[in-house]
Design a protein around this ligand. Structure first.
Ligand code: ADP
Length: 342
């Protein structure tokens, strides 16, 4: 049964442009759901509507089957972490964390116990007396997380919490947040525009585009079976070919009815034609290559259509720009996708 329900949520800031266009979404208890999508698609707005920081024009939000659409933010029992760490600079870590607990009128002993426990969880036991300015960005964000969970909220909302943190630390914080979320079994909605981060963190991903849901699925399902052109482009860096382009690339006369999506890593690049059963061989010219970690991504021109093809980055087999190559493509790796979400 759904723990949080968004029913037909519509929201605009200026009564002209709709930022959220009828969002229907159910979040299960204990799951980490990621709202993923390009900047400006409405992810933070949806989160802020759930937190009660923004009012919706239409629709309802339910938490544990109770309608909280018009409930004051302070009564929703929702913890939130923002991109900016937003700690009180004139208060120590401990005072920052005690703030929400004092509002809850907990006893001094209970407040101390909870702070000790939450600081241990984020590995900052020895920083209780420190001021925010004495901490690194990563540490401040761990305090912000501890401050959110110390109140034992029903839901944890994380609004691009790692965007301001450098790449290496971001990876370890991703793991840490996921560990704490699982340990507490706390229902969490995480916002990011980074597809890799969404893949690593989430039980499910809700992909948003221009205020609408494009696809909602597990990370693996959304990666291997994107339903729309947008999902294919955003999640797996798929090559998305219109039916005519697909015909130009493969030489097929029977054109597909829908666009076709092909992942870069399923296009096998070689000097010679492969002639393998169930595959088609595509002749092209390398026009560019970019190292992406342990993968080298080639851009190959095929009859005026540019395709991305990934290979493992082995220095002994690099094709120079201008090289004639053959791409072999298994037919089963050609996915039909919708023009747009229905
Ligand atoms: P995302 O989190 O996906 O980047 P947002 O929800 O922050 O997107 O913003 C969605 C759209 O709403 C953007 O076009 C943004 O400019 C606009 N917007 C966000 N907050 C406000 C606001 N307080 N007033 C007016 N427009 C806003």
């Amino acid at each position: 049964m759904s723990y949080i329900t968004f029913k037909n949520i519509c929201k605009s800031y200026d009564n002209k442009t709709q930022v959220l266009k009828g969002i229907d979404l159910e979040v299960e208890e204990g799951e980490l759901l990621t709202l993923l999508g390009p900047s400006g698609c409405g992810k933070s707005t949806l989160l802020r509507c759930l937190a009660g920081l923004e009012q919706v024009q239409q629709g309802h939000i339910l938490l544990e089957r109770r309608d909280i659409t018009d409930l004051d933010a302070r009564q929703r029992q929702i913890g939130m972490v923002f991109q900016q760490y937003s700690l009180f600079p004139n208060m120590t870590v401990e005072q920052n964390m005690a703030f929400g607990l004092k509002i809850q009128r907990l006893s001094k002993a209970e407040i101390n116990d909870r702070i000790t426990e939450a600081l241990a969880m984020v590995g900052l036991q020895d920083k209780a007396e420190a001021y925010p300015a004495q901490l690194s960005g990563g540490q401040q964000q761990r305090v912000a997380l501890a401050r959110a969970i110390v109140t034992r909220p029903k839901v944890l909302l994380l609004d691009k919490p790692l965007s301001a943190i450098d790449a290496k630390l971001r990876k370890s914080l991703q793991v840490e947040i996921r560990r704490i979320q699982k340990q507490l079994n706390i229902t969490t909605i995480f916002v990011t525009h980074d597809q890799d981060e969404a893949m690593v963190m989430s039980d499910r991903i809700c992909l948003l585009n221009c205020g609408k849901i494009e696809q909602m699925d597990t990370p693996i399902a959304i990666y291997t079976h994107p339903r729309t052109k947008f999902a294919a482009g955003f999640i797996g860096s798929y090559n998305v070919l219109e039916p005519l382009e697909f015909g130009r690339v493969t030489g097929d006369i029977d054109l597909p009815a829908q666009p076709i999506a092909i992942r870069p890593e399923v296009l096998n690049i070689a000097r010679e034609k492969q002639n393998l059963p169930g595959t088609c061989d595509i002749e092209g010219t390398v026009i560019d290559s970019t190292p992406r970690g342990n993968v080298l991504r080639y851009k190959v021109d095929v009859n005026g259509v540019q395709l991305s093809a990934d290979t493992l980055f082995r220095s002994f087999s690099i094709y120079e720009n201008g090289s004639k190559v053959w791409l072999s493509l298994e037919k089963r790796n050609c996915l039909h996708v919708e023009e747009e979400a229905v």
